[in-house]
Ligand binder design. Structure first.
Ligand code: MEV
Length: 340
């Protein structure tokens, strides 16, 4: 038996625009998917996901990846989750040159499905790491990130960036621009997450933005402006010692990052990927005094991320209609963890 875990993430800036080559800065958080893998002596794959949940959002199934599990969430989400596990198995077989390898796989996750916290990337990263190690063929973190990207890209029909998978593999705050992926320094960010209990369909949301971009030049400009926000934001995350942000203290830098997150949310809203519940959580956070707030991930429903060192945003979100769960998210310094 081999066991790996990998973290979820929130986007500080840049989701959607990153699909078109603009930079993005996701940040790994201590909500993990854990994947246990045991090699079989035939070529079958048996998957059981005992808990893909965040309080009250649970998927239970067991069966081969061809079976349709019995669940309490939309079938499309479960199909997507199964697709990521299939794709991870394919990558592990390829990496270990073992095309007929079979596995018993158990997935446990603290990250809700399709809610913008990178559940699919975390399951894919942990799955590839555990399955390759189970076959006696451990691969370096960079290769796990690359193979997880290829797996995710296959499932999302080529409409994926490297951001989610790289962030989950290496941990911390990262900067992704096309194929250029690296960790960056960041201050200790007081991240608060609000979750509306729902989910968005990443493929559909990405396709919607693409359609707007093709139809309207100004939607294309919006994507470029999101890139400008990211380029500005990274100066406050990891200031150039010679640049103007270097004269600010950490609180002032975090305030500026929050302001830029507000801008970023407005632009995502204009691209049609927000929702009433995401907007109302963003406004609840702002009214509670958060430095800034935005949706995270593909949108359509799911989670927002706000910056607030005080308890006010957390309390306000807990009383916001449409917010099912709110929690403080610690930055995950580690990406994939090899547990057994
Ligand atoms: C989804 O978590 C983030 C998107 O930018 C898609 C991607 O980068 O693959 C919407």
């Amino acid at each position: 038996m081999t066991v790996s875990s990998a973290p979820g993430k929130v986007y500080l800036f840049g989701e959607h625009a990153v699909v078109y080559g603009e930079p993005a800065v996701p940040c790994a958080i201590e909500r993990r998917a854990t994947v246990r893998v045991e090699a079989r002596d035939d070529d079958h794959v048996r998957v059981s996901a005992t808990d893909l949940s965040l309080d009250g959002f649970t998927v239970e199934y067991a069966g081969s990846t061809d079976d349709r599990p019995d669940v309490d969430v939309p079938a499309s989400l479960v199909e997507a989750a199964m697709g990521y596990i299939d794709a991870a198995v394919e990558q592990a077989r390829d990496a270990a040159d073992a095309p007929d390898a079979g596995f018993d796989i158990t997935v446990e996750s603290e990250i809700p499905l399709g809610a913008g916290l990178g559940s699919s990337a975390a399951v894919t990263v942990a799955g590839i790491d555990a399955a390759t190690r189970e076959l006696g063929h451990a691969i370096p973190i960079e290769e796990i990130a690359d193979r997880a990207y290829r797996a995710e890209s296959n499932v999302q029909e080529g409409q994926a960036s490297r951001a989610d998978t790289f962030c989950s593999a290496v941990g911390g705050a990262v900067r992704v621009e096309g194929d250029d992926c690296r960790r960056i320094d960041a201050p200790d960010l007081p991240i608060v997450v609000g979750f509306d209990g729902g989910a968005g369909d990443t493929g559909e949301l990405v396709a919607g933005v693409r359609a707007l971009k093709e139809q309207y030049g100004f939607a294309n400009d919006t994507i470029g402006t999101i890139g400008d926000i990211v380029r500005t934001g990274e100066r406050y995350l990891d200031p150039d010692p010679e640049g103007p942000a270097a004269t600010l203290d950490e609180t002032e830098r975090i305030e500026e990052i929050g302001r830029l997150m507000d801008f970023n949310h407005g632009l995502l809203e204009s691209l049609g990927v927000s929702s009433r519940s995401l907007d109302s959580m963003v406004w609840a956070a702002r009214e509670a005094g958060a430095h800034g707030a935005k949706l995270t991930g593909a949108g359509g429903g799911g989670c927002i991320a706000a910056l607030d060192p005080t308890p006010e945003t957390l309390t306000a979100l807990r009383f916001t209609p449409g917010c099912e769960e709110a929690f403080r998210a610690e930055l995950a310094a580690d990406g994939v963890r090899r547990l057994e």
